[in-house]
Design a protein around this ligand. Structure first.
Ligand SMILES: CC(C)(COP(=O)(O)OP(=O)(O)OC[C@H]1O[C@@H](n2cnc3c(N)ncnc32)[C@H](O)[C@@H]1OP(=O)(O)O)[C@@H](O)C(=O)NCCC(=O)NCCS
Length: 184
């Protein structure tokens, strides 16, 4: 916290391979809090045992999938406190070619505008890479749906997704004109 008691400054940058352990840790910690009571508890309980495997997945994503930008938010002294991942839409999806694939912020750093800035920067990267329309998938039971609505995303449909053996409803939201949506 700065000496004047104001909010900590936040720095944003592209993730590098050396960030893999921290990204895996943040992802698991945030998943555990976000999906308690939504995803099957057995699946959530298994997450802590997946740390090493998820570190490896982050390493290979950052090494090999260079067309999928990862932006991190850094607050000192904590270091990375959240991340956003984007890339090509993962399934043919209502004419949307780009996707905000993943967005996670440690609970103690939520509701300070960091999520909005991560999305703004990530969408900027996707637009710069030539994607024309960007969608995001969010479990319908996740209150983060309201966050996407605040960021001007339109509801475009629902679908079913399998998580830990359970079929859950997910909602799709989209920015059909992402450049305009984040130009303000
Ligand atoms: C969703 C998430 C990324 C939002 O980031 P954040 O930094 O907390 O959100 P911001 O402070 O940038 O909020 C931007 C706006 O959305 C609103 N908002 C944020 N979360 C909200 C929620 N859960 N319900 C309603 N409104 C919400 C804020 O009030 C703010 O509104 P404003 O325009 O009036 O200022 C963050 O809460 C998070 O990581 N959640 C857990 C993981 C998760 O669910 N990720 C999404 C998976 S698809």
């Amino acid at each position: 916290m700065p000496s004047d008691g104001g909010p900590e400054p936040v720095r944003y940058r592209r993730a590098v391979v050396a960030d893999a352990p921290r990204l895996a840790d943040i992802h698991i910690r945030t998943l555990l809090v976000t999906y308690r009571g939504i995803d099957p508890q057995e699946w959530l309980d298994s997450l802590r045992d997946q740390l090493r495997e998820r570190e490896e997945r982050w390493r290979s994503r950052l090494t090999e999938r260079t067309n999928e930008p990862v932006i991190v938010a850094v607050v000192e002294p904590a270091g990375i406190v959240g991340f956003a991942v984007g890339g090509p839409a993962r399934k043919p999806s209502y004419d949307y070619d780009g996707e905000l694939i993943s967005l996670y912020l440690l609970p103690e750093h939520q509701r300070r505008g960091i999520g909005r800035e991560l999305v703004r920067r990530l969408v900027g990267e996707l637009v710069g890479a030539g994607f024309e329309r960007v969608l995001v998938r969010v479990l319908t039971a996740n209150p983060a749906r309201r966050f996407y609505e605040r960021l001007g995303a339109y509801p475009i449909g629902t679908t079913q997704v399998e998580v830990g053996g359970a079929l859950l409803e997910e909602s799709l939201y989209g920015w059909p004109q992402p450049r305009e949506a984040f130009s303000g």
